[in-house]
Design a protein around this ligand. Sequence first.
Ligand SMILES: [Zn+2]
Ligand SMILES: [Zn+2]
Length: 475
Amino acid sequence: MSASSKTSVRFWSGLRTIGGTVVTVQYEDAKIVFDFGAAYNPAANVLDGQVRLRQGALLHDYIRLGTLPGVDGLYEAEQLRGLSGIRPFDRERDARTAVFISHLHYDHMLGIGLIPEHIPVYMSRMSRRLYRRLHKIGEGVAGSRHRFQAMPGGLQPVRIGAIEVTALPVDHDILGACAFHIRTPDGTILYTGDLRFHGNHPEWTEAMMAKAKELGADILIIEGTMLNLPNDDGLPVDVKPADLAPSRELPEGWTREPDMPGLVANRLLAANGLALVNTAPRNVERLVSMAEAARQAGRMAVFEPESAYLLHTMTACRDFLVYESDTTSRLLAAGKAPGWLRKTAIRSVLINAAGVNRSPSRYLLQNTYGNLLELLDLDTSGGIYVHSDGVPLGSFDPTYGKLLAFLESLGLPFAAVRCSGHAPAENLKYIADMIDPPTLVPLHSFHPELLLPKSGVQLLPEYGRTYRLEGGRLL
Ligand SMILES: [Zn+2]
Ligand SMILES: [Zn+2]
């Protein structure tokens, strides 16, 4: 290790988990932190919605539970509540610290409400637009911090001391997702965030790769979600390093986002009664796909108000009705509805359970898991329940079995029509080979070791170690 490099890199979490990636890059007194979420592991997470969060002790509890890592200089002393071994935030010493968020999935941003307000939190302009709306509909993060900075577009970097960070949009199953190109006087790092080619915007991922080649990438930090994912939903299993050939194509059995409307419409055409769909509000493009699926099947989409609000304010899609639950109806009647809900109600045609029950086969009704009991008011005979990447996501979530059992008790057939947000292993290999960095760091994966570099070296970092960026390598 030579003293000539002043850039140090540390990996705090997310190396062998899906999400929870937290990495710091430091140059002199400037420090950036990228991504700040918690690993996605519903089977092991004690915070399952039944255990109450302690608002005043949230940060302390997250760190004790291993939900967030104990990064030095990033938390207010009082919030740490005496936790030892973590240096608290110091306004002078940490004046040049900034956090960067690649996209708005919880595994990349759960902790951003807990960062001191003196530390800027950057995200793409589109992510900030989306976040403001998610916050309104109760889909934001816990904590008090709600002012975030938008990164400039084009190739304009954000400068934190001598560190430059440029946002490069990528295709992922949420709007605003981007990779980060990071430059320090000692070299360049490309962090992909989460990405794929098989969404509505493969050209974004392509453009990111081209720009990364242009700007240089000594170190490529790449997500590896699909490197040997356990097969519980028909996804490929047991990719061996030797088998992993680079390919830009989507393997057999995978679904593209643009194919989703047609695939769901086929299911709807086969059903004689009410069609339900469980899809996440924050996947705004999927909501549009579902409105299109309904149209293709001669039905009308009916969205929950939260999703309808996002569609109204972020897309041109207006071809839907809005579901009015008893709770919504009472809030509106009592004049107690929040502004976003009032606006959504004014802009929309509302329909309640009785209205849907008058001719169930005319509708495709969104039902997110929290609203499961609405099904008890609906005529679901001859219907179908389409699972389209809402929560609970799959059998790795203990709640998933409960959902299936409940649907079975109603005699409601279940169909999963999914489209992954993550590139298959062959595509990851293609991306890594095309960028061909001197150092390849796969993470956000159960099996990062499976992604081998074309000509550089693979680095599987360890926690608690500080690496130095020098000559294209992390030492
Ligand atoms: Zn992720
Ligand atoms: Zn993601």
